[in-house]
Design a protein around this ligand. Structure first.
Ligand code: NIG
Length: 381
């Protein structure tokens, strides 16, 4: 079944040099984009969708979420808004609730948040384990994540569980836990931060994961400068996420590498940190992605539009840079060529905004602008 999307006000394909195009049309067939070009020469298709002069862009790629969780941390959020600092320790609250939840409860939570994201134009979702922290709980988290998300990441090294010795826990993660979970995930991640895992422990986890064929991701430089970015670049991680506190050397290292700097502005705001230095990274030539970091502790939102709005209004990214960061660069952070752009052959992940241009994402902050969504060629909204 093919669909011609026509009467597009402004088309963003993310193809090099194309910019935002007027007068363009798009044809989807099955789960692929099969044609783009001037509306006047569009081929016939089984169905026709009149975009009514609206903006059309690739679906959001949310390359960083933590959706396998149970419980609620509203009280912690309220305390933070009253002045208490965010620390890694809050993760333990969610670990207790997650361990106590049934598989069905966890699955329902992942499904509900993925559906919430898709309704807002997200067409590809990565999600992580990391609230189980025993072999059995990480394994079931990975299985549930793999069932409902598009990409799954093992984050057994999220926190040393209270009561465990750090070295013993790192040995468990690097051995039994990775052996059990690796067949169910594509990626491994580590929270390299004060209060979580230091540089040596993080390196041990990442090397053990790489030895089992997993791609690498790092949580780094979230709460202060530290070794996360350096380690991610040295080990060739696909992405280092947060990047809120960067030295000049970190910016330079990222700019000279293939490691994507994934910024999480909703998290920076919800934890009352500074906003990540997007401008310095972009000006130096680094690849910058934006993601929601949806989780119950530090960033409880699935809204990629909110991240784009914040990036433009508060982080000095242009609309084009922010939209690219939330689509194509998210795909690069996940080492995927087929998502986050609308070239012929790309996955048919399409977002139609109820606005004539993507500028309205920042010009009309907070207004829900998703009009229609195709995910893998299927109209889902
Ligand atoms: O990316 N930083 C580590 N992990 C999550 C927070 C998890 C939590 O507080 O529950 C994050 O912000």
């Amino acid at each position: 079944m093919s669909t011609l999307i026509t009467n597009i006000g402004e088309l963003t394909t993310n193809e090099p040099g194309e910019g935002r195009r007027a007068g363009a049309a798009l044809v989807l067939d099955g789960d692929r984009v099969v044609w783009t070009g001037p509306a006047a020469s569009a081929p016939a298709a089984d169905e026709r969708f009149d975009a009514g002069g609206r903006a059309v862009l690739p679906g959001w790629v949310d390359s960083h979420t933590h959706l396998v969780f149970a419980g609620d941390r509203t009280a912690e959020f309220e305390a933070r808004m009253a002045g208490r600092a965010y620390t890694a320790g809050g993760i333990a609250t969610t670990v207790d609730a997650t361990r106590a939840a049934t598989d069905d409860e966890l699955a329902a939570t992942v499904r509900r948040h993925v559906a919430e994201a898709v309704a807002q134009g997200t067409t590809h979702v990565e999600t992580k384990t990391g609230y189980g922290l025993t072999t059995a709980d990480e394994l079931r988290s990975a299985r549930i994540a793999a069932r409902y998300a598009d990409e799954t990441t093992f984050l057994g090294a999220h926190l040393v569980p209270p009561g465990s010795a750090a070295d013993d826990y790192v040995a468990l993660v690097c051995g039994e836990m990775l052996d059990a979970v690796a067949p169910h995930v594509r990626w491994a991640d580590v929270f390299c931060e004060r209060g979580a895992f230091d540089a040596d422990q993080s390196r041990a986890v990442l090397e053990a994961a790489a030895a089992r064929g997993l791609g690498l991701r790092v949580h780094g430089n979230q709460l202060g400068e530290g070794p996360g970015v350096r380690l991610a670049v040295e080990l060739g991680a696909a992405s280092v996420d947060h990047c809120t506190y960067l030295s000049a050397a970190d910016v330079e290292a990222l700019a000279g590498s293939n490691t994507v700097a994934t910024l999480l502005p909703a998290c920076d705001l919800s934890t009352r940190q500074s906003l990540a230095p997007a401008r310095a990274l972009l000006d130096a030539g680094a690849t910058v992605a934006l993601a929601s970091n949806c989780n119950p502790g530090s960033s409880y939102t699935t809204s990629m539009a909110y991240c784009v709005t914040t990036a433009v209004l508060q982080m000095r990214m242009t609309v084009e840079e922010a939209v690219y960061a939330a689509t194509r660069a998210g795909g690069i952070a996940l080492d995927r060529d087929d998502i986050g752009h609308l070239a012929v052959g790309a996955r048919a992940d399409v977002h139609v905004l109820d606005a004539p241009s993507t500028t309205h994402l920042a010009y009309r902050p907070g207004v829900p602008l998703t009009h229609a969504v195709w995910r893998k060629g299927e109209r889902v909204r």
